[in-house]
Design a protein around this ligand. Structure first.
Ligand SMILES: *[C@@H]1O[C@H](CO)[C@@H](O)[C@H](O)[C@H]1NC(C)=O
Ligand SMILES: *[C@@H]1O[C@H](CO)[C@@H](O)[C@H](O)[C@H]1NC(C)=O
Length: 270
C-alpha cells in the first residue's frame, strides 16, 4: 500500500540543520541492518510479528477503500463515523467496509458504506495532528460483527499493554494477509520514544508503542487503524521508521486523548 508514512531520514545526531544530508547515512545503515537480518534469518510475519485475529473479535475495525482497494484501517466510533488518520485522505470518494475478517471473501456480516464527508484535523501538517473522521452515508447496523468502540477515558499510563490491528503488509515487502491481523503493543514513556527518534519531533499528542520482540508492529496499509488499550481506542496508527516493527524507531500513534474535544465537536455538529 502506498499510503503509509515511513519516515526515512532518521538519525540520532544532534544537528537538525544537516537533516537532508544525513538521510543517506541513515539509509545506508538501514540497508546494512537489513542485510544482517537476512543473514541471521530473523523472521517478521503478520501485521509484522502478529497473529490472525479471531474472526469478528475486533468488531470496530474498518477498512477504508478507494475503488474497491484497501487503503487504510479505521475504527467505528459512532454508528455513522469512522476514525482514521489524516494522511489517509484521498482525492476520490472512499468507501468503508465493516464486519469482515477477510477483505476478499463474501461474508454475510459485511456492511459497506460511502463516505459522505471527510474531516481531516485542520492542524494536520504532514506530521502532527494525524487524525481524521469520516462520516458514512448511513448508520451501521450494530451486530456481533459490527460494533462501536469507545474512546479511552483519561490519559494512558506511560507503559500500557495494548493491541493494534490491520490488513496491512505482513512482511514489509507488500505481502498482504488473508485475514485481519493483530499484535500486542506496549506503549513507551514519551522521553524514551523521543530519544529514539532523534531529530524527528515526537509531540505530546503522539504515543509510541513497540512489540515484545523486534519486528513487531504496524506496517504499510495499517495506517489509520486503532491502538486499543483495555478495549478502548487510545491511538491512531500514524507513522513508523523505514523498517516496519523496528524498536529503534518505535511505531507512532496519534494520541486520541489530545483530540477528544475536537472529535466531540465534529460528532456533535454532524
Ligand atoms: C516477505 O517477507 C516474508 C517475511 O519476511 C517472507 O516470508 C516472504 O517470503 C516475503 N515475500 C516476498 C514476496 O518477498
Ligand atoms: C498479548 O497480550 C495478552 C493480554 O495482555 C496476553 O494474554 C497474550 O499472551 C499476549 N500474546 C502474545 C503473543 O504476547
Amino acid at each position: 500500500m502506498s499510503n503509509h508514512r515511513k519516515i526515512t531520514g532518521v538519525t540520532r545526531g544532534r544537528q537538525p540543520h544537516v537533516y537532508a544530508i544525513t538521510i543517506s547515512y541513515a539509509s545506508s545503515s538501514i540497508a546494512f541492518l537489513l542485510l544482517l537480518i537476512c543473514v541471521s534469518g530473523a523472521d517478521g510475519s503478520r501485521i509484522i510479528g502478529g497473529r490472525d485475529a479471531a474472526p469478528h473479535s475486533l468488531p470496530y475495525m474498518a477498512s477504508v477503500q478507494l475503488r474497491g482497494r484497501h487503503l487504510c484501517g479505521g475504527a467505528l466510533v459512532r454508528e455513522d463515523f469512522v476514525l482514521t488518520a489524516a494522511h489517509c485522505e484521498t482525492r476520490g470518494i472512499p468507501t468503508v467496509v465493516l464486519g469482515v475478517d477477510s477483505l476478499t471473501g463474501t461474508e454475510p456480516t459485511k456492511q459497506q458504506f460511502l463516505v459522505v464527508k471527510s474531516f481531516p484535523h485542520p492542524g494536520y501538517d504532514g506530521h502532527k495532528n494525524d487524525i481524521m473522521l469520516l462520516k458514512l452515508n448511513r448508520r451501521a447496523q450494530v451486530s456481533q460483527a459490527v460494533q462501536v468502540i469507545s474512546l479511552k477515558p483519561g490519559r494512558l499510563n506511560q507503559i500500557s499493554q495494548c493491541i493494534t490491528a490491520g490488513w496491512g503488509d505482513i512482511g514489509d515487502n507488500n505481502t498482504l494477509p488473508k485475514t485481519l491481523q493483530e499484535v500486542n503493543v506496549t506503549t513507551l514513556p514519551h522521553m524514551i520514544c523521543k530519544r529514539r527518534w532523534g531529530q524527528v519531533p515526537i509531540t505530546q499528542s503522539m504515543v509510541c508503542g513497540v512489540g515484545s520482540h523486534s519486528l513487531q508492529g504496524f506496517c504499510s496499509g495499517d495506517s489509520g487503524g486503532p491502538l486499543v488499550c483495555d478495549g478502548d481506542a487510545a491511538g491512531v496508527i500514524s507513522f513508523s521508521g523505514s523498517r516496519c516493527g523496528d524498536p529503534q524507531t518505535p511505531d507512532v500513534y496519534t494520541r486520541i486523548s489530545s483530540f477528544r474535544s475536537w472529535i466531540q465537536r465534529v460528532l456533535n455538529d454532524n
